[in-house]
Design a protein around this ligand. Structure first.
Ligand SMILES: Nc1ncnc2c1ncn2[C@@H]1O[C@H](COP(=O)(O)OP(=O)(O)OP(=O)(O)O)[C@@H](O)[C@H]1O
Ligand SMILES: Cc1ncc(CO)c(N)n1
Length: 478
């Protein structure tokens, strides 16, 4: 049976949050989506501009128009704005008694704008007791539990259990607002806490994650899953949707997630690799598990959020300076081996840039040149070995260095702020010119891979993958 799921929420004309996100999510999970609008919100990925609330009686008319005609299998409640609207929704729920009701107690948007009257908080607290699942983020949980915002997982669990006990309902505790390598959530009742682990994606595309998660839970529950199993499925999908969000290139602020990322894989002309079945594209995709570990590693996370100890950063920079010296030398060797003049020029320019620009940047931080640490030595030895295999393998082995840093820089720089201790470092790698150079390197490697023998391509693939593993080890060393 296709579950018929009704979202009662506010709008987001930019399509990432609110009712628009709910309908996409319900569809993504195989439900039939319906929507009753509580408030029209002029918002986009950057924030909320204004809110228009139609007369409460019109909300009642919308609700009745749906329930007089359609059997409703699940309801998701989002932005309810103010007490008069909450009262109408409560009266309607009492009358219609939908079998599944999930409440996302929306109070404040990701951008920090209020979406609920402060006076309506008590009404939302009472509503919790009338629904099957509540999905507060940490600030909302604090309001509902009447406590200061939790800053640790243990404190958040305590608040969620207190709320579950006080309202006799199930709480989906969301850890999105906690710092850490993972982003765990949990199904919490007065008796039990069942966590579902998730990777934390380094990205700014998190607009509407809460709306989407609650709609996924309503749809999966109406399809027969337990809350815990529903969370497992929803979380896996959500993490993928967050990861694919940046590729949508929607908006300048906190962009939306890609609700249909999992379907694109099955629609041939929408698959990311179709139309550009390049060698580098495949090598990059194949390296996803290693790159996920780079994102998750403590050093990279704390470099991004600025909490990394200065001594560890200095140690890393010193090793990077050692690395870059020999890397520049290997780029020069690539220039010497290249056949085409423009390729010779490109690698030679890269060699000079690596020597000058990056060494200058590093000299600002590094006092003396240390010996190579084991991870540095191993990476460089691998590059030297690649050089002995010839041009093709050498440039495949050199590529992850610039590509991975361009990709990381572009994402980490989003966390740059005044007085970020590593802001200058982040900006170097987020520089569009750096990304351009990585893109050019990529196109040269693709051209060379196309012309290579199948044995040659295999050796290139192995060299690229090994460099990516060395990059990970380099970040794990400090
Ligand atoms: N960077 C991230 N990587 C992976 N998962 C994340 C990330 N940020 C949030 N999540 C997940 O997204 C879901 C929503 O969490 P969050 O606590 O951010 O809710 P929210 O504040 O209500 O969301 P929003 O207001 O942005 O719609 C949770 O499952 C959380 O674990
Ligand atoms: C309408 C609406 N509901 C919820 C959120 C929370 O992200 C939002 N930004 N807009």
């Amino acid at each position: 049976m296709t579950p018929r799921v009704l979202s009662i929420a506010g709008t987001d004309p930019s399509g990432g949050a609110g009712i628009q996100a709910d309908l996409k999510t319900i569809g993504a999970f195989g439900g039939y989506g319906m929507a009753v609008v509580t408030a029209l919100v002029a918002q986009n990925t950057e924030g909320v501009r204004s809110v228009h609330v139609p007369p409460p009686a019109f909300l009642a008319e919308q609700l009745d128009a749906v329930s007089d005609d359609v059997v409703i299998d699940a309801v998701k409640l989002g932005m309810l704005h103010s007490t008069p609207l909450i009262d109408i929704v409560v009266a309607w729920l009492e009358r219609v008694r939908p079998p599944v009701v999930v409440l996302d107690p929306v109070m404040v948007a990701t951008s920090g704008d209020r979406l609920l009257d402060a006076a309506a908080e008590a009404a939302i607290r009472r509503l919790c007791a009338r629904v099957d699942l509540v999905t507060p983020n940490l600030p909302e949980l604090a309001v509902l539990a009447g406590q200061p915002e939790a800053t640790t997982w243990a404190a958040a669990v305590d608040q969620a259990q207190a709320l579950a006990a006080a309202t006799d309902t199930v709480v989906l505790l969301k850890g999105g607002h906690l710092a850490g390598a993972t982003s765990a959530d949990a199904v919490v009742t007065a008796e039990a806490v069942r966590p579902v682990e998730g990777r934390r994606v380094i990205t700014t595309t998190t607009h509407g994650t809460g709306c989407s998660l609650s709609s996924a839970m309503a749809t999966l529950r109406a399809s027969g899953f337990s809350w815990f199993d529903a969370l497992g499925h929803a979380k896996e999908w959500l993490t993928g949707a967050i990861e694919h969000g940046a590729a949508l290139e929607v908006g300048r602020g906190n962009g939306p997630i890609d609700h249909f990322h999992h379907l694109r894989e099955h629609v041939p002309h929408l698959r990311a690799d179709v139309g550009s079945p390049t060698w580098t594209g495949r090598a990059w995709d194949d390296s996803a598990p290693v790159r996920d570990r780079v994102d998750a590693c403590e050093f990279v996370r704390r470099l991004g959020d600025g909490t990394l100890e200065p001594e560890r950063f200095a140690w890393y920079l010193a090793q990077d300076a050692v690395y870059l010296g020999e890397y520049a030398e290997l780029l020069a060797r690539a220039a010497a081996l290249a056949g085409a003049p423009e390729e010779q020029a490109f690698w030679a320019r890269g060699s000079v840039a690596a020597q000058e620009e990056e060494m200058r940047l590093h000299r600002a931080w590094v006092a003396g040149m240390p010996a190579a640490a084991p991870a540095t030595r191993a990476y460089l030895d691998h590059l030297h070995a690649a050089h002995r295999h010839g041009y093709e393998v050498l440039i495949a082995a050199l590529l992850p260095c610039s590509w991975l840093y361009a990709d990381l820089g572009r994402r980490l720089v989003a966390q740059d702020r005044p007085a970020h201790p590593y802001g200058a470092w982040l900006r170097t790698y987020a520089d569009p010119a750096f990304l351009d150079a990585a893109e050019t390197a990529r196109s040269i490697v693709d051209r060379v891979a196309e012309a290579a023998s199948s044995d040659g391509r295999n050796a290139m693939t192995a060299a690229f993958a090994a460099s990516m593993r060395h990059e990970l080890a380099f970040f794990e060393a400090p």
